[in-house]
Ligand binder design. Structure first.
Ligand code: LLP
Length: 388
């Protein structure tokens, strides 16, 4: 999406900061995922944690995606948005009793179990309800995702999943619990992974694990490879559709499986990141001793990724075509980490200019907070221009 693709006239009339979603791009993205998974008979789930805006959820559900949830709130949101309960999976290391009950009452597909004590509680709650809960074991395969440490999940030192040495014991334990049915294994090694070799390494590791368990007589009908496919934050217009083709092909080519084994995927970022933009207004240009600051009316309360993960987001001044200048782009929050970008070249900015912070559809709006008693940002959609 270039400057020209934003309805700037309309933007100028509404209160900033806000999120703007390009629904045509979302449609193109969802269609691509459906086409690629259909080639191989894979099942696609959307990881709700990436963006739980109800309008987006309904839209994604309408394409027949399943949902990956990590809290009772997300399970409720998935059900309300119309996701098929038979395609909802529920992961997370700390599921509270009420969350387990919500999921059981909603009739979800399965729980991705991360510890023996958790399995015992799901077993007890399911028993009290006279139900049987389907579970997959989340395995920590100790495969390095080569991504930011704060979004790496598949190393032995991470809190997620069951370590390989403990897997046979945990399988035995779960099989002994009468209200649980063990149907598969779940893996998720991290996020923002753009190197396909990492996913190849995951496939190799999963093959080893599955073969070893099969030789001990244990087979599984479901393998869930989690999410993690990354996007191009540097050049969102060049790669507005992530590498779905290459990604799903890696699994088709590398996972050894018999015909009755179903492969599941739960992508979040790759589905919603590129269609979302945070629009913010320049409040002040402050000329410091050594820096020029563009002070925006959005801060890490609206988009925390740069402050939390040193993440790069492409930024454009969408109301100026003047010659470029160099700015530190900062927010109004009273914390020195409230910086979106340092030394960024942008069209010369003045008070009132609109800035677009691109690729913000994933882990943007959903991670917004009210710190400093700020107001949560509103969202607008390209296919509903009247609401803008
Ligand atoms: N499945 C599980 C079990 C997960 O924990 C996650 C993400 C996903 C699927 C979806 O991963 P994705 O396809 O979006 O990479 N807030 C961070 C990202 C945290 C990811 C947490 N888990 C960020 O802004 O980069």
């Amino acid at each position: 999406m270039s400057k020209g693709n934003f309805p700037i006239d309309k933007f100028q009339k509404i209160q900033t900061p806000f999120y703007y979603y390009d629904m045509e791009l979302l449609d193109k993205t969802l269609t691509t995922v459906k086409e690629e998974t259909a080639k191989y008979g894979f099942t696609e789930h959307y990881a709700i944690k990436a963006n739980a805006n109800p309008t987006l959820l309904k839209h994604i559900a309408s394409y027949g995606f399943g949902a990956d949830c990590v809290s009772g709130g997300e399970v409720k949101a998935a059900l309300e948005a119309g996701f098929d309960p038979a395609k909802i999976v529920f992961a997370g290391v700390g599921k509270a009793d009420w969350e387990i009950e919500t999921a059981l009452d909603g009739g979800i597909f399965c729980f991705n179990v991360e510890s023996v004590p958790e399995a015992e509680i799901i077993n007890a709650i399911a028993g009290a309800k006279g139900k049987k809960a389907c579970v997959e074991i989340r395995v920590n395969p100790n495969v390095d995702a080569h991504t930011h440490a704060k979004i790496t999940t598949g190393l032995s030192e991470n809190k997620f999943g069951i370590n390989l040495s403990q897997l046979p014991m945990v399988i035995g334990k779960i099989e002994s619990l009468e209200n649980l049915e063990l149907i598969g294994l779940h893996f998720h090694i991290g996020s923002q992974i753009t190197d396909m070799h990492v996913f190849e390494a995951l496939c190799t590791k999963v093959n080893e694990i599955v073969e070893e368990l099969a030789s001990a007589g244990r087979t599984f009908s479901n393998l869930n490879f989690g999410g993690g496919l990354g996007i191009d934050y540097q050049d969102p217009d060049k790669h507005s559709i992530p590498q779905f083709k290459e990604y799903f092909k890696v699994f088709n080519d590398n996972v050894k499986r018999s015909a009755n084994v179903k492969l599941h995927f739960e992508l979040g970022r790759a589905i919603v990141a590129q269609c979302g933009t945070l629009i913010s207004k320049v409040l002040y240009i402050k000329e410091g001793e050594v820096k020029k600051f563009a002070i925006l009316d959005a801060g890490f309360t609206e988009l925390i990724r740069p402050a939390m993960y040193d993440a790069y987001h492409s930024i454009e001044n969408i109301t100026s075509n003047d010659a470029e200048d160099v700015y530190d782009v900062v927010g109004p929050i009273c914390e020195s980490s409230d910086v979106f970008a340092k030394e960024r070249k942008l069209n010369k900015a003045k008070r009132g200019d609109l800035f677009a912070l691109r690729s913000a559809g994933a882990y943007g709006e959903v991670m917004a907070s009210q710190y400093n008693l700020r107001t949560l940002p509103k969202a607008y959609f390209s296919n509903n221009q009247n609401s803008i």
